[in-house]
Design a protein around this ligand. Structure first.
Ligand code: NAD
Ligand code: WQD
Length: 385
């Protein structure tokens, strides 16, 4: 059911529940544009948190691969503008619903409506979550409610609709800090903050959920440090306020929006004393999700944790120097004390991703810097006006 064009760019508001007088509580809009056929249009994928940084890049790859994603996002940390740009990049239609994963009635309605339309949801990619470590220390209950309780509501709705495949956004932050590197998926878990504990708890819930029904399958993707942006410069990371993470901080210093980068410690037992991480291009990460969806269609295993990283460690100084070399912009910086809770070094053993998903990160650190800067310099205010 198409309404009036919602804006000058040709998107249309669509009520996804045609029998309703209006959208059910929680739904404000869904929109569609530029209808083109989907090769895999017989079933749909629910993508929670699809308007976010990793979700939006994954939508582009899903659409390119012929999937039919249905986005559910409450826009608590994102903008609907992102979805318009995803549509333009992919040249395909997207259905988006504004709502919360904690709204069981809304979720049941979405599953039922897709089935009624003859395109039942076959699986879920679950990005929706709060992700700021410091905020999670200050507001732990908000994090447990959103990330853990929200996932429980989502799983209950999936059960009611007999949807049994889920790809979950987990994090390398679930691993216990250790000098034994690289981290394989068997590394001991031991998150150091409430955010990380929400991820570990959801992992445990998904493990138990998948164990009690042979058809249930979980690809639990443990991301290392996603950075960069789509090479078009149209979508990218748009943190609200002061960035918590290194790469968006660097790009904001490059813009002149912040005077200098604070490097948190140069006395770690690493080659140059600064912290070492496994930075992975967000487009590589996005493509791994398409592979994970395909993987779940084939396997018999219930719960599979999979690291997503390059397997290479890069120090803070190396990343800053690479950024300067690639962009030609110098980054003023000063050394500060270590950030509480930080570890010296973390990088992935990505062998399982290669073996099971046939996935390997192919984009270089140069690509990450060039693409991330293209996005930030062309969109200094992110998705804002
Ligand atoms: P993001 O904040 O850009 O995207 C998350 C999206 O989820 C946002 O659009 C937000 O509005 C939405 N959302 C949050 N709570 C919701 C709720 N209750 N109902 C509906 N929508 C909700 O974050 P991102 O960087 O794209 O991360 C995606 C996922 O990956 C998160 O679960 C995050 O914890 C995880 N992750 C991210 C990183 C990283 O460095 N970016 C690393 C490891 C894991
Ligand atoms: C990287 C390096 C800092 C900022 C975090 C979360 C983790 C995951 C990814 C979601 C470290 C240094 C940083 C700055 C700096 N997110 N740094 N100056 O800490 O590996 O992981 O994001 O799951 O949960 O904890 O990434 O980008 O914050 O830091 O010197 O302004 O950069 O000390 O060595 P981190 P990061």
């Amino acid at each position: 059911m198409l309404g009036a064009p919602s804006d000058s760019r040709g998107c249309f508001f669509v009520l996804p529940f045609p029998k309703c007088a209006g959208p059910p509580p929680g739904i404000r809009f869904a929109y569609a544009a530029m209808n083109r056929p989907y090769p895999r249009a017989s079933s749909s994928l629910l993508v929670t948190g699809g308007a976010g940084y990793i979700g939006s890049h994954t939508l582009v790859e899903l659409l390119a691969a012929g999937y039919r994603p249905i986005v559910l996002d409450n826009f608590s940390n994102s903008s609907s503008e992102t979805l318009r740009r995803v549509e333009a990049l992919a040249g395909k239609t997207l259905t988006a619903i504004e709502g919360d994963i904690g709204d069981g009635e809304l979720l049941r309605g979405i599953f039922a409506e897709q089935a009624r339309q003859g395109r039942p949801i076959s699986g879920v990619i679950h990005f929706a979550g709060l992700k700021a470590v410091g905020e999670s220390v200050e507001q732990p209950l908000r994090y447990y409610r959103n990330n853990v309780s929200g996932t429980l509501v989502l799983l209950a709705a999936m059960d009611a609709a007999d949807v049994r495949h889920i790809v979950f956004s987990s994090s390398a932050t679930v691993y216990r800090a250790s000098a034994a590197l690289p981290y394989t998926e068997d590394h001991t878990l031991g998150p150091a903050n409430p955010y990380g504990r929400t991820k570990a708890m959801v992992e445990q819930i998904l493990r138990d959920w998948s164990a009690c029904d042979r058809g249930r399958r979980v690809a639990c993707l443990r991301y290392f440090n996603p950075i960069g942006a789509h090479p078009s410069g149209r979508i990218g990371e748009a943190p609200q306020g002061v960035p918590n993470n290194l790469f968006p901080y660097i790009t904001q210093v490059a813009l002149g929006a912040r005077p200098r980068l604070h490097i948190f410690g140069n006395d770690y037992p690493t080659p140059d004393g600064t912290g070492v991480r496994d930075y992975v291009h967000v487009v590589d990460l996005a493509r791994a999700h398409v592979k994970a969806v395909e993987y779940l269609e084939q396997v018999t295993e219930g719960f599979t944790p999979i690291n997503l990283g390059t397997g290479r460690g890069t120090s803070v100084l190396e990343l800053v120097q690479m950024f300067e070399r690639v962009t030609g912009v110098s980054i003023p910086r000063e050394i500060q004390a270590r950030r509480p809770g930080d570890i010296a070094e973390a990088y992935a053993d990505p062998a399982r991703a290669t073996a099971l998903l046939r996935w390997r990160a192919t984009r270089t650190l140069e690509d990450m810097c060039a693409d991330g800067w293209r996005w930030q310099s062309r969109n200094p205010k992110g998705y804002g006006p």
